[in-house]
Ligand binder design. Structure first.
Ligand code: NAG
Ligand code: NAG
Ligand code: NAG
Ligand code: NAG
Ligand code: NAG
Ligand code: NAG
Ligand code: NAG
Ligand code: NAG
Length: 477
């Protein structure tokens, strides 16, 4: 809209200038776009609830820096877009029921005028917590297309015949995402090539887990008390109630209806709920999600940093062993709350100060929509690089979060702002926390992450073989 207005203004100015440059032709389109819509896109304010979108980084090229080639790729991937879990489903249902009851004797007006035509998209309770399979943002589609993209990007790392282990935690939607990714990456030979290893989510896995359970309390007492705090939610409720006298929505309902928007989009091309709320309300919603990740499963919780240290440490070993000894491809699949601890452990997106809970700080570095949307993934690229004017020939590491290259703030003087593997090793060793000590892993449980080195050489789990039971681990008892 704004763009069109600007264009027509430009046209008027141009017309009235009587062709000062002696040309009848419209001005050529410039090389660069001047449109950023002030950095607003609703999908960036859904936290972990909505469809995948690429991360926003620093403009660093996704391709390897000049003189470097990737020789090992280690990915940790969240499941794709899905239906809500039962708890969120009930929250949504409660708010929707309030509107349905109101509409029994009234017609909803204003921003909610679509409601009588709207279709509650979850028609079958068996879909709850499962991957979505419909629409442009379908979860299984996301897993598959991510696989095909990476097959093209990393084609030099697989010869078309070497067997490759993959790793998924034992939760149905996660296993399904891993399989779709594998089918996308390995194509027709997926079933012969891949040895799918399913690592149970049970607490008894101890440290040998993609979803490690912490047997210590959360350090922050803020966690669990963060959802309805933004004053904008009450403003939204008031607006909708004013448009519909007698309606009694409150901030809890508004929060639930905003979640509805994100989840509906996981299964449908369009959600009218997105337009019910203003940009400012969406920005507030996004911040509540950042707070939850930060204090419950991120840098604001010491137990989470310790849990993330497990994967960070194991992958450091893989990179130091290198592709000849350890293999070139490590694709692992888990939940969002298993990725945010790893980001915290390696020091990516770690604000200098704890996020304030009483106000939105605006200039802060913890935007969960950039790192754990559905289908979010953290990739380590190990690179061998030739000598440059600034760097020695050698082995370097960089992190890619949802296709955005994110440098390590304390180690970025390598090619393309990467970090030398030896400096990364020093850097990480100074940061890693002792998982077993912090999380009080019972001594009868495994004390080390070993599955990367003693995986099973079998393809029996490559395809669905009966439903996988939910294995909710015990986290922060
Ligand atoms: C590194 O240098 C060698 C020798 O000049 C060259 O063959 C190779 O292609 C270079 N590697 C990259 C990734 O540019
Ligand atoms: C609708 O109006 C009828 C008749 O006044 C009343 O009995 C009923 O309780 C109302 N329903 C709701 C949901 O308010
Ligand atoms: C699958 O693997 C077999 C055995 O290695 C090979 O002969 C065949 O060409 C592969 N098929 C595809 C489509 O890559
Ligand atoms: C390998 O298989 C054994 C026996 O089925 C099982 O106990 C173990 O957990 C599996 N390991 C992995 C990494 O999947
Ligand atoms: C949650 O917030 C309320 C109101 O600010 C406060 O009274 C309560 O102590 C908080 N609970 C926790 C667990 O922090
Ligand atoms: C909003 O209303 C629901 C009942 O419809 C209630 O359960 C909830 O506690 C209310 N939230 C607030 C913040 O008052
Ligand atoms: C590695 O660390 C050394 C010592 O701190 C520093 O001089 C060098 O620039 C670092 N190299 C890279 C690639 O970060
Ligand atoms: C990292 O892993 C190595 C074994 O590979 C282990 O010796 C070391 O204690 C681990 N570090 C931490 C902080 O867990």
């Amino acid at each position: 809209m704004k763009f069109r207005v600007l264009l027509s203004l430009a046209f008027v100015v141009y017309e009235s200038a009587a062709y000062p440059f002696g040309s009848h032709y419209p001005l050529p389109e410039g090389q660069v776009s001047q449109t950023f819509t002030d950095n607003f896109n609703p999908v960036k304010n859904f936290g972990g609830n909505g469809p995948y979108s690429d991360g926003r980084g620093f403009g660093i090229s996704r391709d390897p820096p000049e003189g470097c080639s990737v020789d090992q790729v280690i990915m940790l991937h969240r499941h794709g877009e899905r239906y809500p879990d039962v708890g969120v489903y009930q929250t949504i249902e409660k708010a929707i029921n309030k509107l349905t009851a109101f509409e029994a004797n009234n017609t909803l007006e204003g921003d909610l005028d679509f409601f009588s035509e709207w279709d509650f998209w979850i028609h079958n309770s068996a879909l709850i917590a499962q991957e979505t399979t419909t629409g442009p943002y379908a979860g299984l589609l996301d897993g598959y297309s991510q696989g095909t993209e990476y097959a093209a990007r990393y084609k030099n790392l697989w010869d078309g015949k070497t067997k490759v282990p993959m790793f998924s935690s034992g939760y149905q939607r996660i296993i399904e995402t891993a399989r779709k990714f594998g089918e996308g990456f390995f194509g027709r030979n997926y079933s012969e090539i891949v040895d799918m290893n399913i690592i149970p989510e049970d607490a008894a896995q101890g440290a040998n887990s993609l979803t490690p359970s912490c047997h210590a309390l959360k350090t922050s007492n803020v966690c669990g008390n963060l959802t309805h705090i933004m004053p904008e939610f009450s403003v939204a409720a008031e607006r909708l109630n004013k448009q519909n006298p007698g309606l009694t929505l409150n901030s809890t309902d508004v929060y639930a209806l905003m979640i509805t928007a994100a989840y509906e989009l996981n299964a449908n091309p369009y959600s009218p709920w997105i337009d019910v709320f203003t940009r400012e309300e969406w920005i507030s919603f996004g911040y509540t999600q950042d707070l939850i990740y930060y204090y419950c499963d991120g840098p604001g919780d010491a137990a989470s940093v310790a849990a993330g240290s497990l994967y960070a440490n194991a992958t450091l070993t893989l990179m130091n062993q290198g592709p000849e000894k350890a293999g070139k491809l490590y694709f692992s699949f888990c939940h969002d709350v298993n990725i945010t601890p790893v980001l915290a452990a390696i020091g990516l997106f770690t604000p200098k100060e704890d996020l304030p809970v009483d106000r939105l700080p605006f200039t802060y570095d913890y935007h969960s929509g950039d790192f754990v949307p559905m289908g979010g993934h953290l990739v380590f690229e190990r690179m061998t690089c030739n000598q440059t004017a600034n760097n020695e020939k050698g082995v370097y590491v960089r992190a890619v979060v949802n296709e955005a290259v994110i440098p390590f703030e304390e180690c970025s003087s390598g090619p393309g702002f990467s970090c030398s593997l030896s400096n990364y090793t020093t850097y990480l060793n100074s940061k890693l926390k002792d998982f077993n000590a912090v999380c009080k892993t019972p001594s009868s449980y495994p004390q080390e992450l070993t599955f990367f080195w003693n995986y099973n050489d079998t393809n029996q789990y490559d395809y669905q073989n009966g439903p996988v039971s939910y294995q909710l681990g015990l986290t922060n008892e």
